[in-house]
Write a protein that binds this ligand. Structure first.
Ligand code: AMP
Ligand code: MG
Length: 519
């Protein structure tokens, strides 16, 4: 197994001079060296071959003992120096101070096909940033992160990737619902892969410490490797950088809203500076369409990170990033203009995305969209099934026939009260009118809709089934779901069973409709 190492982050940016693995505040540094913990009995559960390809590993490589040693943390790859990054963050709207990689350890960077990839183990033991926690991860949350990272990539949503899933053979104590019932669970490690894992919080930490030298060094580093198209100099350079981060963040959020993804913990330490979805914790998929839903029980009261808030929260987070970058820019009006561009970009992209979901090519009245949202919410409708089946409507359908084509999306089709049914018929009538005003054929429209409306998403109950099987040492479902979700827009007749509403048993189950941050 030969990797083309090409470390930059830990070569170019300042290291913590203290190399002891003790929990502390770290000053004047972007990271601390740390060695992953050696697991007692590592076992490889799954490898995403699309990701091993990316970093230049062959099918044989990933079955080697050397590979298992690498992705479980049991052996440090020769000539590499693993490290944990220093970052801070705003959590649930409040400044939380230094956080850092409490259980993530960056191994090294590789260059393959001219692309840079950093490898990072999540759950490989404590670091100087572990605060009062253990640095470990459990199997259930690791399965969720591994499967969802890949599912999101194949959906076309910017995201960090996941190379592998390993169990460590060590037990980890967790109180899933934070209700005084801790239990031992199986430990696991995921190897994440991304161009970089730098977050908004990396900048926030240095700014809060008034460490402007390193703030600038980090910004210069990020621009050099990840925003090479920025060629301006001086303050203009950091302005252009801020603008690009805003753009990429908007684009990511529009994609989340398109597929019905709720991140669950949009703290600034969970916002990638590259506009990637990062840190899959208590995320979820909108099943019964409820814009006020969040899967995160820790956020049950304020619902700060509910589905419909995600665009506003991303903007709020970008304001925090702006505050952190301010010392490099010192131009309030220019930064305000960039923040205003967030809404402009969102308002330009979001309606087009929604239009595409409906298979329409021309702009429509906002009340048509609002009415749909109201109906989807009021009727307990499965978002994925609704949009997918809407593509089956024909221009020649009556509103009643059109409605019957999406009926399968209703959780309780028989419970559609008469008034609601009338409203649906009225909406369908308007929809059919629009279809008939357009020149697209039914077949062409369907083809266009089916590349933006996925047939298969990683519903929480699906991940939960994979988890329950894996806890009984049956990993077949991890593999099955990984394969299924590689082609989320394809009809897969053999997999029709996964094109189904959340089953009743999952409605109020922990791990399905409710998830905590405990992982
Ligand atoms: P999260 O909400 O999972 O993004 O985590 C917030 C912060 O807590 C980050 O600094 C994490 O690295 C840290 N953290 C979360 N879980 C653990 C854990 N089990 N051990 C150490 N640090 C953790
Ligand atoms: Mg995090």
């Amino acid at each position: 197994m030969k990797l083309h190492l090409n470390d930059t982050f830990n070569k170019q940016l300042p290291a913590d001079t203290d190399t002891s693995n003790t929990r502390r505040q770290v000053f004047g540094a972007c990271f601390s060296y740390v060695t992953p913990r050696v697991p007692s009995n590592p076992k490889l559960l799954h490898v995403a071959n699309e990701v091993s390809d990316l970093i230049g590993l062959s099918k044989e490589d990933v079955t080697s003992t050397e590979f298992l040693a690498l992705v479980s943390g049991s052996k440090v790859y020769p000539e590499t120096q693993p490290y944990a990054m220093a970052y801070a963050g705003h959590q649930f709207g409040n400044w939380a101070g230094q956080l850092g990689d409490g259980r993530a350890i960056n191994l090294f960077e590789v260059l393959h096909n001219n692309q840079r990839w950093a490898l990072q183990l999540k759950g490989a033991g404590e670091t100087p940033y572990s605060r009062n926690a253990d640095g470990l991860a459990v199997l259930r949350s690791s399965i969720r992160e591994h499967l969802c990272s890949e599912a999101m990539f194949h959906l076309g949503v910017p995201t960090t990737r996941s190379l592998s899933l390993v169990t460590t053979g060590d037990k980890v104590l967790r109180d899933i619902l934070y209700n005084g019932n801790p239990a031992y669970e199986e430990g696991a490690v995921v190897c994440r892969v991304a161009p970089s894992f730098i977050r908004f919080g990396n900048f926030e930490l240095l700014a809060a410490r008034k460490d402007i030298t390193n703030l600038q060094a980090l910004a210069d580093y990020t621009i050099q490797y990840f925003y090479p198209e920025i060629t301006s100099t001086g303050k203009e350079k950091y302005l252009a950088f801020y603008q690009e981060v805003v753009n990429r963040t908007v684009d990511m959020i529009v994609e989340w809203q398109r597929v019905g993804f709720v991140h669950g913990v949009m703290n600034t330490d969970n916002m990638s500076i590259l506009g990637l979805t990062i840190d899959y914790g208590p995320y979820g998929w909108l099943e019964d369409y409820n814009p006020d839903w969040t899967p995160n029980t820790t956020d049950a009261e304020g619902k700060r990170y509910r589905f419909r808030n995600q665009p506003d929260i991303a903007l709020w987070n970008l304001i925090q990033l702006g505050n952190a970058l301010y010392p490099l820019i010192e131009n309030v009006p220019a930064m305000e203009a960039i923040l205003n561009s967030y809404s402009h970009r969102f308002d330009a992209k979001f309606p087009v995305m929604m239009q595409e979901k409906l298979g329409l090519t021309t702009e429509y009245e906002s009340d048509f969209q609002d009415e749909l949202t109201t109906l989807l919410t009021a009727s307990e409708t499965d978002m994925t099934i609704f949009y997918r089946n809407l593509a089956n409507v024909l221009k020649s359908d009556t509103p009643e026939i059109a409605l019957s084509k999406i009926e399968y999306a209703f959780y309780q089709p028989d419970a559609l009260v008469a008034t609601l049914k009338t409203s649906w018929i009225n909406w369908m009538e308007r929809y059919l009118q629009k279809l008939n005003d357009e020149s697209l054929s039914d077949a062409d429209r369907k083809a266009k809709m089916n590349v933006v409306n996925p047939k298969y998403v990683l519903r929480n109950y699906m991940a939960q089934l994979a988890i329950e099987a894996a806890e009984k040492e049956d990993n077949s479902l991890i593999n099955e779901l990984h394969e299924l979700l590689k082609h989320p827009y394809d009809e897969q007749p053999e997999n029709e069973k996964w094109f189904a509403k959340r089953p009743d048993w999952a409605r109020n189950k922990v791990g399905c409709s409710m998830l905590s941050c405990s992982s």
